[in-house]
Design a protein around this ligand. Structure first.
Ligand SMILES: CC(C)[C@H](C(=O)O)[C@@H](O)C(=O)O
Ligand code: SF4
Length: 474
């Protein structure tokens, strides 16, 4: 029998037919829609088409929702309209919606996994590039454009060209405090923001197996930042444990049967990839971006690169322009860079594990700069509050918000001022991402917390012990 990758197996199971031009018509198991889907609904309305499978379509309000409170009145009129349009469209087409006031509301890529809507071996699409996140649970999941969203709404199918495949194998033990976020920024820094262009990425190796499901979701989330079509981790016992008892996951015998099938979704020993990359976990440190591309990422203990050392002149020009926008100097130590505010949130790093790691750093410490913590979902918020994480953030001086995309993209008005520098647990650092003229440094939640305490980029492992701070204050 021919040897297949884990990706091939899921692809094949969803391929309805292949056209002469090589495109495959794919069955879609789950379709997520957020406020941005209104274009697609308008296309349907223009042709008087119904949604073909409303029971497989799930709506959630995330990009435009207010996070300071749940009051729509906090928002500009345009944002209020976006949320309203999603409700109207969901209602008219019989689509289940987790709206602003639903306890299951949150960022779509956090909600899908935690509700068990995201399952191994399924094909999931959403009009949002970070749909790659769901691959952390062994799903084939990617972002699609507005016309494709309309096609999926109308037919529950999608025409796609099978992508090339790339395997990134990471082996070995991570150093203390090094997380999935650091792995992602490290490999993108090493290989480049275009290195996975058009490829489906499978993450494999002992380091990936050792990650929690939350960590795997973070790793897959960032695949798109290197141009990857999707990121995936083959399901294992951890995946099954995570999904046990989740609201929309199969139950009892159905779960046992599904679990047996899921565990078979692994890459065959002799299967081949278009590209193979090997990374040693021991080479990865807490990693931070210094520029305006995710590839402009270095270990927190490294100096900011000098354009005169770039591999070629185009890269040198790019680095010089990034330094200029970021207001940084080549050779400067990253840990001397002063930060104005922090943001802990987004579909990358706002799950419970992320909030716990930030809170651990903040416990007993005070922040010297302002910042926002916005949990990835309303359910993460409730769980965090149940264990007192909200008090830790508030006592340290940060604002504790409701769930939503918030300052990751600022569509709800949570913005960073021009020229201000933000330490952020998000996934995009391009010019103006968090507001016109805003400067973003991507890093893990624990590193963001450390920046809040010192007011500069800081290796959180080098913070003085809390006992020492308290003694000094006496
Ligand atoms: C607004 C949305 C379509 C967009 C995306 O596709 O990713 C957003 O989520 C982002 O992170 O930039
Ligand atoms: S949290 Fe950020 S990256 Fe994720 S879906 Fe929202 S805007 Fe996009």
């Amino acid at each position: 029998m021919s040897q297949q990758t884990f990706f091939d197996k899921i692809w094949q199971a969803h391929e309805i037919e292949v056209a002469d031009d090589g495109q495959s018509l794919m069955w879609v198991d789950r379709h997520f829609v957020h406020e941005g889907s209104f274009h697609a609904f308008n296309k349907l309305t223009a042709r008087s088409l119904p949604v073909s499978h409303p029971e497989l379509t799930f709506g959630v309000a995330d990009h435009y929702v207010p996070t300071r409170s749940r009051s729509l009145g906090d928002l500009p009129l345009k944002s209020q309209n976006m949320i309203q349009m999603l409700s109207t469209n969901a209602h008219e087409h019989g689509i289940r919606l987790f709206d602003l006031h639903d306890s299951r509301q949150g960022i779509v890529h956090v909600v899908g996994p935690e509700l068990g809507l995201t399952l191994p071996g399924t094909f999931i699409v959403c009009g949002d590039s970070h749909t790659s996140t769901h691959g952390g649970l062994g799903a084939l999941a990617f972002g699609i454009g507005a016309s494709e969203v309309a096609h999926v709404l109308a037919t529950q199918t999608l025409w796609q060209t099978k992508p090339k495949q790339m395997r990134i194998t990471i082996d070995g033990e991570l150093a203390e405090g090094v997380t999935a976020k650091d792995i992602a920024l490290h490999w993108i820094g090493l290989l480049g923001a275009d290195s996975a262009r058009g490829h489906a990425i499978e993450y494999a190796g002992s380091t990936v197996s050792a990650l929690t499901i939350e960590g795997r979701l973070t790793l897959c989330n960032l695949s798109i930042e290197a141009g990857g079509r999707c990121g995936m981790v083959a399901p294992d016992e951890k995946t099954l444990n995570y999904l046990t008892g989740k609201a929309f996951a199969p139950r009892e015998d159905d779960f046992i049967q599904a679990g047996q099938h899921w565990l078979g979704l692994v890459t065959d020993a002799q299967a081949t990839f278009d590209r193979e990359v090997h990374i040693n976990a021991a080479d990865i440190g807490p990693t931070v971006t210094w520029g305006v591309s995710p590839e402009e990422a270095i270990s927190v203990n490294s100096p900011i690169p000098d354009p005169s050392h770039a591999a070629h002149s185009a890269k040198a020009k790019q680095w010089a322009s990034s330094l200029d926008y970021m207001g940084l100097t080549a050779g400067q130590s990253l840990q001397d860079v002063l930060i104005d505010r922090v943001f802990i949130g987004s579909c990358t790093n706002a799950r419970l594990e992320d909030l716990r790691s930030a809170a651990q750093v903040l416990q007993g410490r005070k922040c010297v700069i302002p910042g926002i913590v916005s949990p990835g979902s309303s359910s993460v918020k409730a769980l965090a509050e149940a264990e007192g994480l909200d008090s830790i953030f508030i006592n340290a001086g940060l604002e504790w918000h409701e769930a939503g995309c918030s300052m990751c993209v600022g569509m709800n008005g949570d913005l960073i001022g021009p020229g201000e520098r933000c330490a952020s647990s998000t996934n995009r650092n391009f010019k103006g991402r968090q507001g016109p003229g805003a400067r973003t440094h991507l890093m893990s939640p624990a590193m963001v917390a450390a920046a809040a305490v010192t007011g500069r980029i800081t290796d959180f492992r080098q913070l003085p012990q809390v006992d020492a701070i308290q003694e000094a204050a006496l």
